[in-house]
Design a protein around this ligand. Structure first.
Ligand code: CA
Length: 223
């Protein structure tokens, strides 16, 4: 899962970036509204944290432009104070949730998890596929009750596939959702990550759909 964080206060932006990276997300930062607007228009984010008080172009305008252009990713807005009128404007402009500063990181993370799982049609914080469970709260994975250790990239590949179970996901789509903007992307490495996940979680969980990509489906026989 990949996030855009549009926040112009460097300290808060840095805290958000490190907290969300630790929680298993790929993170891009934008420090002004122009940059945020451009990234949100061109990159496929799974969710966006958008400060309303951004320089150059304010957050409401950025959000209005995204929605007008048909960009429908979940957006959580940050308002500077607990001003009810900002929340109303933000929600009317297409925000899915809001938080007033200052906020607790744990609350922001919980709200983002909820937005991401709702956007992909899930209702529980724990995603299940046969014997494999992914706890989005703790970024933990288990196989038949035993914890499985994954690297950051393996976790992101699995998390994206688990959120989109049953759908065929191309390598390009996976690549776009597991790396941040500055990473030197190579879609061949996806194959390596999938191979390692099969080794750790069983060969049947992730199917290769020839020429199209990968699909995660519940294994027929449960071990
Ligand atoms: Ca600001």
């Amino acid at each position: 899962m990949r996030l855009l964080i549009a926040e112009d206060e460097p300290e808060l932006a840095g805290q958000l970036e490190s907290a969300m990276t630790q929680a298993g997300y790929a993170v891009d930062l934008a420090a002004d509204g122009e940059d945020a607007w451009h990234l949100g228009e061109t990159e496929p984010y799974d969710a966006v944290v958008l400060d309303l008080g951004l320089p150059v172009v304010d957050g409401i305008r950025v959000l209005e432009r995204w929605r007008a252009a048909g960009r429908d990713m979940p957006v959580l807005i940050l308002t500077a104070r607990d001003r009810w009128s900002d929340k109303v404007k933000g929600i009317d402009a297409g925000a899915d949730d809001y938080l007033a500063k200052p906020f607790h990181m744990a609350e922001l993370q919980a709200r983002l998890r909820a937005l991401i799982r709702r956007a992909s049609g899930h209702h529980s914080a724990e995603l299940v596929c046969g014997p494999v469970r992914l706890d989005t709260r703790a970024a933990r994975v288990s196989l038949a009750g035993e914890e499985v250790r994954l690297t950051g990239h393996e976790f992101r590949v699995l998390a994206y596939l688990m959120h989109h179970q049953g759908r065929v996901i191309s390598r390009t789509e996976l690549t776009e959702h597991i790396y941040d903007q500055d990473f030197d992307r190579d879609s061949n490495t996806i194959e390596v990550f999938v191979g390692r996940l099969r080794k750790k979680l069983g060969p049947e969980l992730i199917q290769t759909v020839r020429g199209l990509g990968y699909r995660l489906t519940e294994p027929r026989s449960e071990a």
